[in-house]
Design a protein around this ligand. Structure first.
Ligand SMILES: Cc1cc2nc3c(=O)[nH]c(=O)nc-3n(C[C@H](O)[C@H](O)[C@H](O)COP(=O)(O)OP(=O)(O)OC[C@H]3O[C@@H](n4cnc5c(N)ncnc54)[C@H](O)[C@@H]3O)c2cc1C
Length: 484
């Protein structure tokens, strides 16, 4: 097919952050682009994820702060008992969603992207089928196709949801009511963020985690410190190493807990509500991937580092996938980065993704963040490549700004190569950890060493000096190691 005979240069399936960035970037570079979206523009992040959850965290965080009379009285401040209106907090989140969705849609329209509302699917090489909202089914051709169909909440077998008493984050972001006692299944970042919201608003939380410790995906030292504040000091009870094997919605909600190994029932609970936060699954079931014999990995689409879709390791020409559907670091900024990288490759500018420099954050109060390798990954790399791993810890309690805020509970752990000083990873818990991590992410992206970074001047007094202290300690460790 000649270029002129295609309907579009690029068709993107899915208008979440991955699809949005890809479509905008392509259109700005002169390509004729269509984006197909079956639900709301903006995908999970804008409608059911980052945006509304951060709005709820912002509002509930203020309630927590104003209700913490012990903390306030340390400053000599005595506030009246705090009152809040649940519906207005919920409205703050939904208004923000509407504003951002509107802005994003207008941006695409202004960039000249054709928005098609309907369900997209692959119909062979360079062919896309679309079932439009009005029921009309049509076929479109494009020189290149990007799949950006995202992900949906995973609900394990045995758990029934009704959207009202047993629900996922898709409904939790509506904050329709505040249960007196809520069980949260899963202690990953979504479970932790909602535990932060619910406890700030006066709910009692029980966290149920199948793995043998809560917060299993976080660094061990960070978990130890963060757990004290985020879980132990709040109205949160934890059950680790047990499976919520059966949940029946109702009033009350009935939960059956089983031993992870034997599957024997070990306990039963009755609560007012359950939030199921047990991870996410790729949205690939209606994409007709079999038309190109694409074999997924548990639903995730295999891609190379340039975002080309692979079959048995071979690249499929003109087909790309980006975002959660690829299963790599399922975050909005990963999806966006993958989207622009796919388009740059389509434009002939070879680019690949560097997952090591992509940061992740949990927006609890205080926040948790990380970038690069975990300690165990760094240890494995050290033994494989034959270098000594350096680890330093820098504490917020030695930081003037944190002390001035009376928020000195925090830690940064820095992982680096003792031979070259290259920064391999960082894990932070403390005030504004989500903002702080970016500095380290940029250093990792440039593969910089602590020897280069140690001379960078940091503003005083700021939390960024926690990072400066880590770099200084790392250099001291390198020098004492080499006997200098
Ligand atoms: C509660 C929660 C909080 C989160 N907080 C953060 C955060 O703070 N920071 C962060 O970085 N990430 C966060 N995330 C993750 C983030 O939302 C996702 O990583 C991101 O949305 C992935 O973008 P995507 O473009 O890959 O997919 P999605 O945003 O899921 O978008 C995919 C789109 O494709 C559409 N689609 C699917 N199939 C078809 C089809 N066949 N035809 C047409 N359209 C289709 C869907 O309707 C959807 O709109 C959060 C997620 C949740 C659930």
């Amino acid at each position: 097919m000649s270029k002129a005979s295609f309907d579009f240069d690029l068709i993107v399936i899915g208008a979440g952050y991955g699809g949005f960035d890809a479509a905008k970037h392509a259109s700005e570079h002169g390509l004729k682009v269509a984006i197909v979206e079956s639900r709301e523009m903006g995908g999970t992040c804008v409608n059911r994820g980052c945006v509304p959850s951060k709005a709820l965290l912002a509002a509930s965080g203020k309630v927590r702060e104003l209700a913490d009379s012990a903390h306030l009285s340390s400053f000599g401040i005595h506030a009246a008992p705090v009152r809040f209106e649940r519906q207005k907090i919920a409205d703050h989140a939904s208004n923000l969603v509407a504003t951002i969705r509107n802005n994003l849609t207008k941006t695409l329209e202004r960039s000249g992207v054709k928005i098609i509302k309907g369900q997209g699917r692959i119909e062979g090489v360079q062919k896309v089928g679309v079932r439009e909202i009005n029921g009309i089914d049509r076929f479109l051709t494009a020189k290149d196709v990007i799949i950006a169909s995202g992900s949906d909440p995973f609900v394990p077998p045995g758990i029934q949801t009704d959207g009202r008493t047993v629900f996922t984050s898709d409904q939790a972001i509506d904050l329709e009511w505040l249960p007196r006692w809520i069980a949260i299944i899963g202690s990953g970042y979504i479970g932790l963020e909602f535990a932060d919201i619910y406890t700030a608003l006066g709910c009692e939380v029980t966290m149920i985690e199948a793995l043998d410790r809560v917060m299993p995906t976080f660094d061990l030292d960070i978990t130890k410190l963060a757990k004290r504040k985020l879980i132990d000091s709040r109205d949160v009870d934890c059950r680790a190493g047990v499976l919520a094997s059966k949940i029946v919605p109702g009033c009350p909600v009935k939960i059956e807990l089983s031993d992870v190994k034997s599957r024997d029932i070990v306990d039963e609970m009755e609560v007012d509500a359950v939030l199921v936060a047990t991870g996410r699954v790729p949205t690939t079931q209606d994409l007709n991937l079999q038309s190109l014999s694409i074999e997924t990995n548990k639903g995730f689409i295999p891609v190379d580092e340039n975002m080309r879709v692979l079959i048995n390791g071979d690249k499929i020409p003109h087909l790309w996938a980006v975002g959660d559907v690829t299963g790599k670091l399922m975050l909005a900024h990963t999806a966006a980065a993958q989207g622009t990288i796919a388009v740059d490759n389509i434009l002939g500018n070879t680019r690949s993704i560097d997952y090591r420099s992509i940061p992740a954050a949990t927006f609890t109060h205080p926040e948790i963040s990380s970038v690069g390798l975990s300690e165990s990954e760094a240890k494995d790399l050290a033994s494989k490549d034959g270098f000594e791993l350096g680890i330093v810890r820098s504490y917020f309690k030695a930081n003037s700004k944190a002390l001035a805020e009376l928020e000195a509970d925090g830690l940064m752990k820095l992982l680096f190569r003792k031979d070259s000083g290259e920064v391999l990873g960082a894990h932070i818990y403390g005030l504004h950890a989500a903002d702080l991590i970016q500095e380290v992410a940029n250093s990792i992206s440039r593969r910089q060493t602590v020897l280069e970074l140690v001379n960078e001047v940091h503003t005083h007094p700021t939390l960024s000096e926690v990072i400066e202290m880590a770099y200084k300690q790392a250099v001291i460790q390198m020098k004492s190691n080499s006997g200098k």
